[in-house]
Design a protein around this ligand. Structure first.
Ligand code: IMP
Length: 174
């Protein structure tokens, strides 16, 4: 396998997560927001983010199939695991690891808005705007990353490398 090269360090990620959490704490204080993480990639970010927010929140997860094996997918999105918490009247914050073509998040936002939340916003740690296929409004964003496949901090390649604490790209072995 190619060698992971660090592009964003764990310290930089921690600082950014704290920054996002400070903003979210201000915006959601007293609103008992429901954070919805998109499995599997976002669980690392979500767990750091909610603890850093340090206000009462509830958490739920959805699982959407997008990427199959490898680094490209069919473009078809399917709901594999639904939210279990009633959405109507809730302040919902979707928490995503990375937005690439935008298809996954577009699907989920459309799906959730049907259920009439009080508000519906999106927080993404990494953004790859150069690859966008459909427009998505990102309310809270961490880093813009170049058009390369990245791994670590929850992001995988074929289920491998999620455990890396830094964000990495894969370099060819010499
Ligand atoms: P989109 O529908 O193209 O925006 O894809 C978003 C999903 O694809 C994310 O939830 C990730 O699971 C996955 N993904 C996109 N880019 C990367 C990457 O560079 N590394 C790992 N996973 C990625």
């Amino acid at each position: 396998m190619d060698k992971p090269k660090v592009v964003i360090t764990r310290e930089e990620i921690a600082n950014k997560v704290a920054e996002l959490a400070t903003q979210l704490r201000k915006d959601y204080r007293g609103k008992n927001p429901l954070l919805i993480g998109i499995l599997k990639g976002s669980f690392v970010f979500l767990s750091d983010l909610m603890r850093s927010m340090n206000i009462p929140v509830e958490v739920d997860f959805v699982r959407l199939s997008s990427y199959g094996a490898g680094t490209e997918s069919s473009g078809k999105i399917k709901l594999v695991k639904d939210v279990e918490t009633p959405i109507r009247g809730r302040h919902v914050l979707v928490v995503e690891d990375i937005i690439d073509r935008g298809l996954t998040v577009r699907f989920l936002l459309d799906y959730l808005s049907f259920r009439e939340p009080a508000s519906l916003k999106l927080c993404a740690l990494f953004n790859k705007p150069s690859r966008r296929k459909v427009e998505v409004p990102i309310d809270y964003v961490g880093f813009t990353v170049p058009d390369a496949f990245v791994v670590g901090y929850g992001l995988d390649l074929n289920e491998k490398l999620r455990y890396l604490p830094d964000l990495c790209v894969l370099e060819e072995q010499k």
